[in-house]
Design a protein around this ligand. Sequence first.
Ligand SMILES: [Zn+2]
Ligand SMILES: [Zn+2]
Length: 369
Amino acid sequence: MVVFEIIVLGANGGPSEYGTQSFILRPVRAESPALIAVDGGAGMHQLREMLAQKWNDNEDYDELVPSFYEHDREPIEFFVNSKLSIQRGLSRSLLQSLKRHGEHFEDANTTNKAYKLFQGITDYYITHPHFDHISGMVINSPSIYEQENTKKKTIWGLPHTVDALQRHVFNDLMWPDLTAERSEKLKLSYLNSKEVHKCTIFPWDVVPFKVHHGIGVKTGAPVYSTFYIFRDRETKDCLVVCGDVEQDHAGLEESLLEDFWSYVAENIPLLHLKGILVECSCPLSFKPEQLYGHLSPTCLINELSNLNTLYNSSKGLSGLNVIVTHVKTAPAKRDPRLTILEELRFLAQERNLGDLRISIALEGHTLFL
Ligand SMILES: [Zn+2]
Ligand SMILES: [Zn+2]
């Protein structure tokens, strides 16, 4: 059964500034146009683009997606597993719920529609405060004061995220401190690692996990990020959405990733693990010292092999959807996303991980898992 609808606003890991990591989640076929976001690297502009797209019931996938390497556009099937349920733009279910809940929605222009849609995002779950994960959210934030907007927004995160956003972003220097407004329309709220938090608008549990993400250039101090598990309380199905991450290694004090996979294998039956959205920033040609707190295909397959060992299923991880995000743009002959996808598929086969369904997250598309 399909449970999660994932709108990919941004899946880019920089240095190109367009469409950096940002996902919107909702239960499939939800009645209301309520939404939550995981990371906010992109926002309103992408929503406008998606609303402006013509929706076609019989869209078959001879669709071309932007690439800008061998060709400026490449066929979508180069990027996604054939069994992945994906469509360009927004789902019919979401558009219908917007029509039901918004007067004159259908007659509104695309920008007014985008504001309506954006109002529905009441909660942001941020993985870490790097610009490529927050820029859209920050720049979009004044729109909560639009007259028609009656909804509030809460930005959730582990202490390393919330403290940095308060101290270094919403501080009246980098950006107005909208959290200090008397209307309290924008709020920052703490989550605790490994503690179950009840999502305020969906019947979902959210469990955040602190993970490592390299070290500071000047300080050498550890940098942290977050993995989120979203669990539907009715169906028990789960979705894992990862922030930037580095593998556990000898120099680190805690084995945060090992703890994470153990939690997953102990608490989520493999059949209920609907998908993992995870970064794989750099291709195999990058040396370990060039990763700067990110994963390469070898690292990601090592992590998935660890999960496979913990599940100990005779079929490996067959049927599991792994959606790769945050691939870095770099001068190259071939689209690095296609290089990484090929490397991941090769390594997964070599390590006998079963019929793993690996795809690239594509901006401007909706996935159903
Ligand atoms: Zn990033
Ligand atoms: Zn980062």
